[in-house]
Design a protein around this ligand. Structure first.
Ligand code: ADP
Ligand code: MG
Length: 259
């Protein structure tokens, strides 16, 4: 929901970032206010995942210029765990598996780390069990998944659901979902979308990175951005996604959008 007077959650100015010496982000500008849902679309290789990983603080990526202000603080000065604890959440395009660590324990440790960062007391095991079982309903996840190793042997769709469960637990101020729709069948897509919609409030913001317009039938964005060659080259409303679906990308900025 757009409210011009809402506070700014994320402000990215002239962001440049490299991986292994190659510049991928080349002057990216992006601004998100509370209550908004943004979609970032673009061809493969345009830098969408790189952008999400730079925001999360992935160590492979080096920021060479620009600034990222998250709720008034310099996000780039924070360590990855500090970013998470301050309310940035990234659902990975390829969620990691953690053999030998139960999903329940992993989620409890993550949740308690967030509480500790806010000077709140750790939740005890029994209260946590009630909480996580309640949150599992948001993504219609069977509680048996809580006692399996994190993402190990999960199908693509189950991993994506598990990412949204993490989000439901941590309730971030800024959630960045990188191709959370990829690999989902229509029922899972509806469940995941319904979870994201339930978690969207006037005080937080969601950034959906997606290849396909399909997701945006279920999670309706306030803004749609097109990324090409490490920059946002066009911004529009939700109708832009439909236009991209029917016309492709090469009409936007032919020399930049076609890789
Ligand atoms: P998108 O998510 O839009 O498909 P990516 O951000 O994944 O794009 O990739 C953008 C470009 O950066 C691609 O050319 C990709 O090969 C390159 N790239 C991304 N991560 C790495 C990495 N860790 N090492 C080398 N190249 C990378
Ligand atoms: Mg990607």
């Amino acid at each position: 929901m757009i409210n011009e007077n809402a506070k700014t959650i994320l402000s990215v100015r002239n962001l440049h970032a490299s991986v292994e010496g190659t510049e991928i982000l080349k002057g990216l500008n992006f601004e998100v206010k509370a209550g908004e849902i943004h979609a970032i679309m673009g061809l493969n290789g345009s830098g969408k995942s790189t952008f999400s990983k730079v925001l999360a603080g992935h160590p492979d990526y080096t920021v060479t210029a620009g600034e990222v202000i998250f709720q008034g603080q310099d996000l780039l000065a924070l360590e990855p765990h500090e970013r998470a604890n301050s309310g940035v959440f990234l659902a990975f395009q390829y969620p990691l598996e953690i053999p030998g660590v139960s999903n329940r324990d992993f989620l409890r440790v993550a949740y308690n780390a967030h509480r500790k960062a806010r000077d709140e007391e750790e939740i005890d095991v029994f209260d946590f069990d009630d909480l996580i079982e309640e949150r599992s309903e948001i993504v219609k996840m069977d509680v048996s998944f809580l006692d399996r190793s994190v993402n190990e042997g999960f199908s693509g769709g189950e991993k994506k659901r598990n990412e949204i469960l993490q989000m439901a637990l941590l309730q971030p101020d800024l959630a960045i979902l990188d191709e959370t729709d990829s690999g989902l069948d229509i029922d899972a897509l509806k469940t995941v979308s319904s979870g994201v919609n339930q978690l969207s409030t006037p005080d937080n913001a969601t950034v959906l990175i997606t290849h396909y317009q399909r997701l945006l039938n279920y999670i309706v964005p306030d803004y749609v951005h097109v990324m090409a060659q490490g920059r946002i080259v066009k911004t529009g409303g939700k109708e832009l996604a439909l236009e991209l679906e029917s016309r492709g990308y090469d009409w936007i900025v032919p020399e930049e959008a076609v890789v």
